[in-house]
Design a protein around this ligand. Structure first.
Ligand code: CO
Length: 237
């Protein structure tokens, strides 16, 4: 039998449709109203900003069901102030859905972070990873003191999550929410591919007044003192 291109493609993802039917049936068996209730509204408490890496599935990692986690993922969990995609997700999550927590989650062994650390070239994506190289350069002195490559990679994975979380804190969206008195907490954490364990990086910011001190605390946990860098987070108002 001769397949045209479309049929071949459908055939190759047939197993995904099968998986989907089973997943839908399993959930409906446990809770017959699950999908009908969920289809009417979503009220997640958390916004997850994570890496696009296939090994870090947001909901599974934190044991949350559909409807419980609003998610934005990109290569190396980068938060850039001109990225309308990420900003739109944040604005909708914070101002409309009123999530209470924004979690920036990095992961060890992140291909994007490692490429940025070693200046590996992959094409267009090198431009995106420029933002991670900015983190590398900001903390270049500290990273250069680390002995082996693995330590440097792990360190930059952690620092990238901290810096991207502080970028979240520096958006007008988050700072406006704090000025309105909205309950909103920004966290940085990191996920281990080797053991599936999520680690808190010691940065949970609940308001403008906590931004600088919590950033400094998180960097202190990395062994980075105030003398090692010159930039503190900025309040945009
Ligand atoms: Co990654």
């Amino acid at each position: 039998m001769k397949f045209n291109g479309k049929e071949i493609m459908m055939k190759s993802i047939e197993n995904l449709f099968k998986n989907n039917r089973k997943w839908s049936e399993d959930i409906t068996k446990k809770n017959p109203d699950f999908f009908s209730t969920l289809s009417k509204q979503q009220a997640p408490k958390y916004l997850w900003i994570g890496c696009a890496d296939s090994r870090v599935p947001a909901n599974e990692v934190v044991g949350l069901l559909p409807g419980e986690l609003f998610v934005h993922r990109n290569v190396a969990n980068v938060v850039v102030h001109s990225d309308l995609n990420c900003l739109s997700v944040m604005q909708y999550a914070i101002e409309v859905l009123k999530v209470e927590h924004v979690i920036v989650c990095g992961h060890y062994g992140c291909g994007g972070v490692i490429a940025a650390l070693h200046d590996n070239r992959y094409g267009l994506i090198d431009n995106w990873l420029r933002h991670v190289k900015d983190v590398r350069e900001r903390h270049g002195h500290h990273i250069s003191l680390l002995k082996d490559q693995k330590q440097k990679e792990d360190c930059l994975c952690e620092l990238n999550a901290i810096e991207q979380a502080i970028n979240v804190c520096q958006t007008t969206i988050v700072q406006d929410a704090w000025l309105r008195g909205q309950n909103l907490n920004v966290h940085a954490c990191i996920y281990g591919l080797q053991d599936g364990v999520l680690k808190d990086l010691g940065m949970s910011v609940s308001g403008l007044e906590e931004m600088n001190s919590n950033y400094l605390n998180a960097l202190a946990l990395e062994g980075i003192g105030v003398k090692d860098f010159t930039r503190l987070p900025r309040i945009v108002h």
